[in-house]
Write a protein that binds this ligand. Sequence first.
Ligand SMILES: [Fe+2]
Length: 340
Amino acid sequence: MNHSASLETGSCNEARVLLVDDEPLVLEGLRRSVYKEFDADLASGAEEGLAKLRKDGPYPVVVSDMRMPGMDGAQFLAIVRTISPDSIRVMLTGCSDMEAAARAVNEGQIFRFLTKPVTPKTLLATLRACVAQYHAARLEKDHLKITIEALEQLDVGTLTALARAIDAKSTWTAGHSERVTDLALKMGHAMGLPAKSLEIMHRGGLLHDIGKIGTPPTVLDKPGRLEPEEMQIMQDHVKIGVRILEPIPCFREALPMVAQHHEWFDGSGYPAGLAGESISLHARILAVADCYDAIISDRPYRKGLPKRQARELLIQASGTQFDPMVIEVFTRLIAAGTVQ
Ligand SMILES: [Fe+2]
């Protein structure tokens, strides 16, 4: 039988199970109960079961008797869990072992337990449920892996499309992430940051507000001052953004931009209250670009300010909200006409 093919197709007819019991007659009885649907390997004790698992595993399902000489079923299945974490574990117990079985379930060592004697019908139904559970978990794992790999492959064009999708959630933020990224990159370039650093800024800039996917439109588009609890919901976009991007390895270096773009240089920002150079340089640059674009853009509660006034506000906040070094670069770019 081609085992790997059977696992991939998820066919119950070819699912493999490992049955462990020290009583040969019981073991043979179990095998006979399931042989039409399952390819059962047998082991007469924990040691033999572990050897089979190491040699022929992984098995989608491992069924073990509780009472066995030497290592008992609970100990055996706990080890199975460490060497073959995807295998679904089932324990067979006598009535007097109920307490141990309940403990094993609670400690997460087993998926379910069956009381002896078990009818073929119950055993089959249990094994079918276990195999379904095994395949569902594998599909979920594979799917997550594919998603992370796909996000790793995202090029700038795709990231830009994603940034537009974020900004499109509210008419007030259309184009915000791209403009902010553009400005931040100009500053980074003027500071002489290396290409790798600019590439990180590009990714982080485009997706810095990705957490706003989780902000309700009633808060995002509120045409007035936010109540304290609404303000908290708005500020939560930072933590949500970090949660979204955290699992993706290629965003690891851009993550501080997402996490720290609302921190203030004097330590009075959010969410962590970081100050000075504890805030990543990328985030300190992004903060200036983000704020400048927000001030000159219309918002539901006010018109955008003229650029001259916006620059004045930013310069006034040098040393409090913003890193003076970044503000200096920003004003230099304005004077040179690089930033409008
Ligand atoms: Fe933000």
